[in-house]
Design a binder for this molecule. Structure first.
Ligand code: 6PG
Length: 242
């Protein structure tokens, strides 16, 4: 596990975008594609906005980039709560990515049917694989230690057969759909993006007792690389780790 600390939220967003872009270039050079799983949340959104800003030297071959979501709220794609809408406004409508490369988690009609439908898409994109191996999964962190839509106490935390599952979030009285832990942990790279005062306490608990399993974010333990991209405020209790 690596922790990269940035002086402020803007530097974090820029640093994260640079890392994502560099990883994309390596993956495209290596296997002609970059499968990227997007997260919801305002911290990831700021990184997407930076990723959308490309100088001529940094241009990605977006025809080789495949976009997926780690989770989605069960709302229409133009709803203000939609992770799809957020990613579109922050990134996807600003880069030349073919629409057929964008795999929306369509779960507004029915959470279970939406989850099954997305799993079918993943099984098409990653045929004959035990688990889909994404090149990069982006994750945010909630103050309660949730990530994606893996909330504390939710049944999805013990789901090991399905790749995608519906989640009822009681305290929000809302339905979501999320990738399950085995899928996220099969990724080649996982990046957490964490910023701000409100995340300092939970981040300290998670990083310092990484082996525990009290919080969903602690169950993110990929076969590949796990990197925390944080700003100094969020990392204020991490001491020399910061
Ligand atoms: C979502 C995300 C969720 C988010 C965290 C952090 O759909 O909201 O999947 O896991 O990343 O809640 O969000 P912030 O960065 O906005 O605090």
């Amino acid at each position: 596990m690596q922790i990269r600390v940035f002086p402020n939220p803007d530097a974090l967003a820029i640093g994260a975008a640079e890392h994502i872009r560099a990883l994309a270039q390596v993956c495209i050079a290596d296997h002609e594609q970059f499968s990227l799983v997007l997260s919801g949340g305002s911290t990831p959104m700021h990184a997407y906005r930076q990723l959308a800003i490309e100088t001529p030297m940094q241009k990605l071959d977006w025809t080789k980039v495949q976009i997926f979501w780690g989770d989605e709220r069960c709302v229409p794609p133009d709803h203000e709560q939609s992770n799809y809408r957020m990613a579109h406004e922050a990134l996807l409508e600003h880069v030349p990515i073919p629409s057929e490369n964008i795999y929306r988690m369509a779960c507004e009609a029915d959470p279970s049917i939406g989850a099954q439908g997305y799993e079918a898409i993943l099984r098409e994109q990653f045929p004959a694989q035990e688990l889909p191996q994404f090149d990069l999964v982006l994750l945010g962190l909630g103050e309660d230690g949730h990530t994606a839509s893996l909330f504390p106490g939710s049944e999805i935390l013990t789901e090991h057969a399905l790749w995608v599952a519906p989640v009822y979030v009681a305290h929000l009285d809302s339905w979501r759909v999320s990738l399950t832990l085995p899928v996220i942990n099969a990724a080649t790279n996982v990046m957490f993006l964490v910023s701000g005062e409100s995340k300092a306490r939970i981040l300290d608990k998670i990083i310092k007792s990484a082996s525990a399993r009290e919080y969903p974010a602690q169950r993110i333990d990929p076969q590949g690389e796990l990197t925390w991209f944080i700003d100094r405020t969020a990392g204020q209790f991490l001491g020399d780790l910061n």
